[in-house]
Design a protein. Structure first.
Length: 73
């Protein structure tokens, strides 16, 4: 499953990043890495971004990126 499929306030573990090395490096700068716990805070309406929390701070991700972050509950 991916980050988009989680319900709001649900916590999961990142098990995969579906993209190339540039994509993984970009997420790494936001501290989004394999085996990290991530919480989906909210999904904004009308195709808006996803707000997630990782290591106690919130990050805003476009839906395309959030859909490529694979998680396990």
């Amino acid at each position: 499953m991916n980050l988009l499929e989680l319900r709001n306030d649900e916590v999961a573990v990142i098990v995969g990043l579906d993209g190339g090395s540039a994509f993984k490096e970009k997420l790494s700068f936001m501290n989004i890495r394999l085996n990290k716990r991530i919480k989906k805070v909210a999904t904004q309406p009308l195709s808006g971004p996803v707000i997630a929390e990782i290591d106690g701070r919130q990050v805003v991700l476009g839906r395309g990126i959030a859909g490529r972050i694979l998680v396990r509950r």
